[in-house]
Design a protein around this ligand. Structure first.
Ligand SMILES: [Zn+2]
Ligand SMILES: [Zn+2]
Length: 831
């Protein structure tokens, strides 16, 4: 980065702000005085402000700063506004990168992680935030993950944790499970280039689907609309009907099965007369029975090809639809029509019933499929002005029902209800609500995670480890080999154990938990991080929780932010906590880009904050990040902008420390100063409340410029000027904590500025006022008039020319030139 060149006059050189002499000094003093430590014995109202804790990736980059510095400013503002503020920090420390480092560099994941914690903690301290380090939480330490395991047991006892089959990426050659990132774009194993397939494996799930409806209720939280919409779409509630289709006579018997029908779910029962085919997921258990001898080979080949695809790949709408006919037919019970049964991979077994009715005339995907495979398209909802001609695309809007027997001529909205009633009456099916949300797969075939506290015993089956035997410790001596298999599997000392029940030999579960489980409750632990007898001290939890203000990236909308809501709702139902939403308010910051692009380590486009902090100070970086753009939208990193902020700090430094002498103070100027000061307090307070940091900084810059002018003119009293300077420092304190602390004490105030109340504004002083406009003719005072301060130049000129006393001075009724001095005078020059 370039050196900054400050234009400083020689006499002012003494007054240069040198952050290196200031920041560390105050950080040490605050720590020594425990200035930011908080407890529950406090008469102030509590405020729990939380920033998503960082993953222990090794280095704090500018994105971390962008998440953490502004939220610290907000927390500091709340503190000065009279709240007892908890603003803690910790580390999300389990996860695959630590294990990969172990494999590639031979460093144990624990060592790698704790080295990173060490480094990141010292970087975090350089921000100058109000973190109470007594409360630090590190999720990979046994005193933390012991309780993650304890929660698992609670959820298991409540039936919210269960084992079930789920597909994993499987390399048939390496005979191992692969993580998504180990599968290359073409679906090949990253080690041996074999085609990766999906294989069903017994894994652990959390029953988040049991909370689908409750998770759709956002009425008790104030979250951005965007995030609520993302969660709603992810949960994907749809209301419709489930209806049975018959299987053609003889088909079931021929296959030796008693299955006479299958069920489909549809949100468009009004289109049921337009069904011209049915589609099954390749994994549907009926497929084998339905496939006739003639089509066996095609179907087998198709199923094999789909096993290589991920669900996302399978359901992308732009993709060419693939599928294969089974040779069998289904019966539409409403009209007795016989429709062919296909299988296609865009239908997922895990959604709905794994089979769908296809109505190509009124569904885009079905339309494409029908066109491709030459299946009839039958219109049952008439588009406006439709004259029986063929459709060129699916008509998905409402319309009038046609070709639908007794339902003809009904508007489709009413038809939906009428057909749902009819289906229910006839016993073909009934109304149903489905969700897109799936249960949360928490098993990871990895070492570096919380061990699942379960053992398998030949006599007793699955046995959970009793709570008093927790934690189940991760063994230290696992071997990290690049086989893709969990190192725990081959760790005999870990696997071989005794059954807690019958004391015979048993085997431990070797899967570990998804790290999103660690982050589903860390905010509870901050309330009492040292507590030994439970995950938290109940009294302290009651005092601090829920989190009043949460901040973090929007990319967590459907993962962490949804999991944490589920987790807390489940704990509430189990009587473990007494609130059901973890985060009352949420704010999502944007991202900092460089050269117009997202920063990326691999492309060498990363801003490392440390060097900037070392040169210009943390406060300059803090203020710059808040000025770079609206916080929820992010902005572009630019060294010049940072240097501008640094110069601004120096202007304030100079303004505060250079002696002020008054010279004929004027009442109007003092009034004006008070007005501007209170207007600024109001702007800054309102902006800080709403996270509008960039306009807050702009208001402070304007105020600085104004004070600079006042300083030069010396037209207010020393005490009035001093008051305004104090206000500037107090307003700036949350943003630049070290800088303002230094100036506060240097200007003779008692330590610490951070224990001062935030300035309050007086609405009366903020209100726009009036001033006396002087009207001169050729520089001589001829009239005076009281006008509002909002008067424009045009209005002032007109007013002056229209005054009776002035008119008498004007030959021909007008002046040849008018000089206007804002907020002061109009001078009419007559030549
Ligand atoms: Zn392989
Ligand atoms: Zn046993």
């Amino acid at each position: 980065m370039g050196l900054i060149v400050l234009m400083v006059r020689k006499s002012e050189q003494k007054l240069k702000y040198i952050p290196q002499e200031v920041e560390l000094k105050w950080q040490q003093r605050w720590a020594q005085d425990r200035l930011y430590e908080v407890n529950e014995n406090d008469t102030r109202p509590k405020w729990y402000e939380l920033t998503m804790f960082p993953y222990t990736s090794g280095d704090l980059h500018i994105g971390h700063w962008y998440a953490m510095a502004p939220s610290d400013v907000h927390a500091r503002f709340k503190r000065m506004k009279g709240y007892n503020v908890l603003h803690p920090m910790g580390f999300d420390a389990f996860g695959l990168p630590a294990e990969n480092a172990a494999i590639s560099r031979g460093i144990h994941p624990f060592t790698w992680t704790m080295d990173n914690v060490e480094r990141m903690r010292s970087q975090l301290k350089s921000i100058g935030a109000i973190y109470d380090w007594q409360r630090e939480v590190i999720t990979c330490l046994p005193d933390y993950y012991k309780w993650t395991q304890w929660f698992f047991l609670k959820l298991y006892e409540a039936g919210l944790a269960y084992r079930g089959k789920a597909p994993v990426n499987w390399c048939p050659k390496c005979q191992t499970v692969l993580a998504n990132e180990q599968v290359m774009d073409e679906g090949l194993c990253e080690r041996c280039d074999s085609a990766v397939i999906k294989k069903d494996l017994e894994q652990w799930f959390f029953r988040i689907t049991a909370y689908a409806e409750k998770l759709l209720d956002f009425s008790h939280i104030q979250w951005p609309e965007r995030i609520k919409t993302m969660q709603k779409n992810w949960i994907g509630k749809s209301q419709g009907v489930e209806i049975a289709f018959g299987l053609e006579d003889g088909l079931a018997e021929a296959a030796g099965s008693s299955q006479q029908e299958f069920r489909v779910f549809t949100t468009r029962p009004d289109t049921i007369y337009g069904v011209t085919f049915a589609v099954f997921a390749p994994e549907h258990p009926l497929v084998e029975q339905l496939t006739t001898a003639e089509y066996k080979e095609d179907v087998a080949r198709y199923i094999e090809s789909t096993q290589r695809k991920s669900e996302i790949e399978r359901t992308v709408t732009e993709r060419d639809k693939s599928g294969v006919f089974t040779g069998s037919y289904a019966i539409n019970k409403l009209n007795g029509e016989r429709v062919p049964i296909w299988i296609a991979d865009y239908v997922l077994m895990s959604y709905g019933t794994g089979a769908v009715m296809a109505v190509p005339a009124h569904d885009e995907r079905d339309f494409e499929f029908a066109k491709r495979f030459d299946i009839p398209i039958k219109v049952v909802i008439a588009p406006p002005d439709w004259s029986d001609k063929e459709l060129t695309e699916a008509y998905i809007e409402p319309g009038i029902m046609v070709n639908s027997d007794q339902f003809d001529n009904l508007p489709s909205e009413r038809g939906m209800e009428a057909i749902a009633d009819f289906i229910t009456e006839k016993g073909y099916g009934g109304r149903q609500t489905t969700y897109r949300l799936r249960d949360w797969l928490i098993s990871r075939q990895r070492y570096w995670g919380t061990p699942i506290p379960v053992v398998y015993c030949d006599r007793c089956g699955l046995v959970t480890v009793p709570a008093e035997e927790l934690p189940v410790l991760l063994p230290e001596d696992a071997e990290f080999r690049p086989t893709g298999e969990s190192p725990l599997k081959h760790c005999e000392a870990f696997v071989n154990t005794t059954c807690p029940n019958c004391k015979n030999a048993a085997r431990r579960e070797t899967d570990t938990m998804d790290t999103f489980l660690c982050s589903s409750w860390y905010f509870l632990r901050y309330s009492s991080a040292d507590y030994k007898d439970a995950p938290f001290d109940g009294t302290k939890l009651k005092y601090w929780l829920p989190v009043d203000q949460y901040t973090g990236g929007a990319e967590h909308a459907t993962m962490h932010l949804l999991y944490a809501r589920f987790f807390i709702k489940a704990l509430r139902d189990l009587g473990i906590v007494d609130f059901d939403e973890p985060f009352t308010r949420l704010f999502n910051q944007g991202i900092i880009v460089t050269e117009g692009k997202k920063m990326s380590k691999s492309r060498g486009r990363v801003i490392n904050p440390d060097e900037y902090v070392a040169e210009l100070g943390a406060d300059a970086v803090r203020a710059y990040l808040m000025f770079v753009g609206p916080w929820d939208q992010g902005g572009e990193w630019d060294d010049r902008g940072l240097n501008g902020i640094s110069r601004w700090l120096n202007r304030i430094w100079f303004l505060v420390l250079r002696a002020y002498t008054e010279d004929e103070p004027k009442e109007t100027e003092i009034k004006n100063l008070r007005h501007t000061t209170h207007k600024t307090i109001k702007r800054v307070s309102e902006d800080l409340e709403k996270f509008k940091f960039n306009t807050m900084i702009a208001a402070l810059m304007e105020f600085t410029n104004y004070l600079g002018k006042v300083h030069e003119e010396r037209s207010v009293t020393s005490s009035a000027f001093g008051e305004a300077i104090d206000t500037l420092l107090l307003l700036f304190a949350p943003t630049a904590p070290h800088f303002t602390e230094e100036l506060w004490t240097r200007s003779g105030h008692p330590y610490s500025i951070h224990n001062q109340p935030f300035p309050e504004w007086d609405e009366g002083l903020v209100a726009e006022e009036e001033f006396t406009l002087v009207i001169q003719v050729n520089g001589k005072l001829r009239d005076r008039v009281t006008v509002p301060v909002t008067i424009t130049e045009e209005e002032a000129r007109e007013l002056a020319l229209s005054r009776e006393r002035i008119k008498t001075y004007l030959k021909n009724g007008e002046g040849s030139r008018i000089i206007y001095v804002p907020r002061r005078l109009v001078n009419i020059i007559i030549t």
